[in-house]
Design a protein around this ligand. Structure first.
Ligand code: ADP
Length: 463
């Protein structure tokens, strides 16, 4: 059984409120009841003391006795208030005894009290209690009074009413807080669940291929905001991937069309006898075939690198040696364009796939060669940092505009200038470089300024 977040949140608010109110009520009830019992016990004690002082006031000093008539007045009044008074003189002889005066009333009163307490709290264990007090006249004990009552305490009707009102108040507070908790729960739950519902809707839209539908609302809940942001960036990323995929197909078609059209034109002209077979003609056809082969080889390389199971064939690589070797392979071109190339003096070693790193140098140096005018420079600075090595390759060529710079590592991306000129390749070279650096867990960055040159900085872990 699945329940909605809204229902769960509302119920948990209500449950927390219920537990809280129940425990607060229980604790305050126990505490108040206890305090109230102590209060009633103290009340009884002061009633007893009042009776004792009333009896002491009745003492006749000249006759040295307690007049029985006065004792009866005090005793009857005490009996009406639930106290059974027995007074005896200093030699222990009884002077006045409520049970002798009206035994039936005493019994009746005690059993009524017991019944009352029993009906109010069935677990209450009460019984008849008696306390004795000396009757002191000017410090001399002239007799004893014993006061009997229903103990340890007895609630009068007023007291019981007070306790009941208190309990009713706690129940009312409980009900009001429970209702408030449910209302707050419903409000909070809908505030939390509504952005989640929107996020679900957006995720479903994305699943259906509708990437434009971004979630516009924000929430002041940190996690919800992150969820919304993640879904929006997921949709943005998928949208990018989708357009990249579409562009890729179009780009491949475009890249194939140019050399194929040139080949087709040449071959048809040869067949029709418009062109006579000549070495130049065949060389021109061969050049187009080489372009196609290079494109297919680049695509294959990229596909291999993008395969998640690519294994790096690692060994110790000397970057100085490697870059010098690559420069050597471009010797003829460097000489033709009178471009000066330099590599830093010191050897820098790291563990990496040497063939793949070679490809990085080949692609970067061939780009620099392509986009650096005659008489320019290419400098390769190698350095070792703490756990990494840095390759800094710069040229003073045409440079790349600010608008193009963020995209040069994308496949088939070429700046407009290089697209129009014959110098440009298919725009896959830097995509391959980036991929190789990434699978070596390194980073590549580029800085460039039109007319001043371009600088690539690669940082690779030594191990
Ligand atoms: P291409 O095969 O066209 O050289 P790349 O992926 O190697 O493709 O490079 C992408 C684009 O970046 C190039 O078309 C070029 O416009 C630009 N670029 C790369 N390296 C340089 C450089 N050293 N100087 C100027 N532009 C460069």
């Amino acid at each position: 059984m699945k329940y909605s977040l809204k229902l769960k949140l509302t119920l948990s608010y209500a449950l927390v409120a219920l537990l809280l109110v129940a425990s607060v009520s229980l604790i305050s009830n126990i505490f108040l009841r206890n305090q109230f019992e102590q209060y009633i016990i103290r009340q009884q004690e002061s009633k007893n003391e009042e009776v004792v002082s009333q009896i002491v006031q009745q003492y006749k000093k000249d006759a040295k006795e307690f007049p029985v008539q006065a004792l009866e007045t005090v005793g009857v009044s005490a009996l009406e208030r639930g106290m059974i008074v027995k007074v005896s003189n200093s030699s222990g002889a009884s002077l006045w005894d409520a049970t002798v005066h009206n035994n039936g009333l005493c019994h009746q009163m005690l059993s009524d009290m017991a019944n009352n307490m029993q009906s109010r709290s069935p677990n209450f264990k009460g019984s008849y209690e008696e306390k004795s007090y000396p009757l002191l006249i000017s410090g001399v004990k002239e007799g004893t009074v014993s006061i009997g009552y229903y103990g340890p305490f007895y609630y009068s009707n007023n007291d019981a009413e007070f306790i009941n009102t208190l309990n009713r108040m706690l129940v009312a507070v409980g009900i009001v807080s429970l209702m408030l908790a449910i209302l707050i729960g419903i409000y909070m739950a809908s505030r939390i669940s509504s952005p989640i519902a929107k996020a679900i809707g957006a995720a479903e839209n994305i699943a259906n291929g509708n990437y434009n539908d971004k979630i516009k609302i924000t929430s002041n809940t940190l996690e919800l905001n992150k969820l919304i942001q993640s879904i929006n960036s997921l949709s943005f990323e998928l949208e990018n991937q989708e357009s990249l995929r579409k562009r890729l197909t179009a780009d491949i078609a475009h890249e194939l069309r140019t050399p194929l059209a040139a080949l087709q034109g040449n071959v048809e002209a040869l067949i029709d006898g418009v062109y006579l077979p000549s070495t130049e003609r065949f060389e021109s056809c061969h050049e187009e075939i080489l372009r196609l082969t290079r494109l297919v080889a680049d695509l294959e390389r990229l596909a291999q690198l993008e395969d998640e199971n690519t294994v790096l064939n690692k060994s110790t690589v000397d970057l100085k040696e490697l870059s010098e070797k690559v420069l050597k392979s471009f010797e003829a071109e460097l000489f033709r364009k009178q471009i000066k190339a330099s590599v830093s003096e010191e050897s820098v070693l790291l563990t990496a796939d040497s063939d793949k790193l070679r490809r990085v140098f080949v692609n970067l140096i061939s780009n620099s060669l392509k986009y650096t005018p005659d008489g320019g420079r290419i400098d390769i600075k190698l350095s070792k940092l703490k756990d990494t090595v840095k390759i800094d390759l710069s040229d003073n060529g045409t440079g790349i505009s600010k608008e193009d710079l963020p995209f040069i590592f994308e496949r088939f991306y070429r700046t407009d200038k290089s697209r129009n000129s014959q110098s440009g390749g298919a725009g896959i070279g830097l995509a391959i470089v980036k991929k190789i650096i990434e699978i070596h867990k390194g980073q590549i960055s580029v800085e460039s300024e039109i007319g001043r040159g371009t600088r690539f900085v690669i940082v690779l872990p030594i191990q």
